[in-house]
Write a protein that binds this ligand. Structure first.
Ligand SMILES: [Zn+2]
Length: 283
């Protein structure tokens, strides 16, 4: 995938209030790697920590040093996926006692002493405010952080720079995901700092594009069902003809997320009798 940009800068200052250190974990799902953001004029708040790559802590320390900062004041996490919280242990070794918080929701196997942060419960830094916005869909515990000083949104994995996001089978929910997109659309965001990929300057256009993309897929699935296509593998073949076969597993997960949403809305029926795959029909 082209969004794994090997030349993506390891550190950057996208604004006076925001610094960025790359998690150094490139991949098909992470693009250039997880972005970790340092927010504030001084005593910065760190948003996300990468997956725990050994080269990350020295990169992070060097960046702090260049900015004249001693340590992050606190760590906020967008959600529980490993590529966002895997770096917590190394950072705690470097900065003993640094507080770590996320929205605790259906969580197992979190690092010790993670504090709870709730929707709307603003966190204040040096010259910045971060307002958590519960945005489930990619993950049930997902928070974005709204920064009114720039009308900017740290979107975690809700919106990415250079790819669409995955709605995982187990914990994902496309209906919630669409509601989350509409919720952040109503915030009047100007700029997006995504957890993967470059800064998005035209936030409104990107949010609209994300919503339109899912609505297009939904129409394609309804058309395929109307044309007599019954199973997920056949729908993937019909709808994702242009996508390399290596990605058809993810495509199948995406189609399934749409069918679950349509089923919850009472618009399709699933006949799960007999051998998988299920057969789906319009109601
Ligand atoms: Zn994620």
């Amino acid at each position: 995938m082209t969004w794994i940009d090997p030349n993506f800068p390891h550190t950057a200052e996208p604004s006076d209030l925001v610094g960025r250190v790359l998690g150094l974990n490139p991949g098909m799902l992470t693009g250039p790697g997880t972005n970790t953001y340092l927010v504030g004029r001084d005593q910065p708040i760190l948003i996300d920590t990468g997956v725990g790559v050994p080269a990350y802590p020295p990169l992070f320390e060097g960046y702090l040093h260049r900015r004249g900062w001693a340590r992050p004041e606190r760590i906020l996490l967008t959600h529980r996926h490993r590529d966002h919280l895997g770096g917590v242990a190394d950072l705690r070794t470097l900065f003993p006692g640094v507080p770590v918080a996320k929205m605790i929701y259906k969580d197992e196997g979190l690092p010790d002493d993670v504090q709870d942060v709730r929707d709307g419960q603003a966190v204040t830094g040096d010259g910045v405010t971060l307002v958590p916005v519960h945005t489930p869909g990619h993950a049930s515990d997902h928070l974005c952080y709204f920064m009114p000083e720039e009308r900017a949104l740290f979107t975690g994995d809700l919106i990415l720079g250079g790819s669409t996001t995955v709605i995982p089978d187990e914990d994902g929910d496309l209906g919630q995901y669409m509601a989350s997109l509409r919720r952040v659309q109503a915030l009047g965001v100007r700029r997006i700092y995504p957890a993967h990929g470059p800064v998005i300057e035209d936030a409104a256009a990107k949010i609209e594009e994300y919503i339109a993309h899912r609505l297009l897929r939904e129409r394609q699935i309804l058309e395929a069902l109307g044309g007599g296509v019954r199973t997920i593998p056949d729908m993937v073949k019909a709808i994702y003809a242009e996508v390399p076969a290596a990605l058809h597993g993810h495509a199948a997960m995406s189609v399934h997320s749409h069918l679950k949403k349509l089923k919850a809305e009472g618009r399709v029926d699933e006949d799960a009798q007999g051998d998988p795959p299920s057969r789906w029909t319009l109601r």
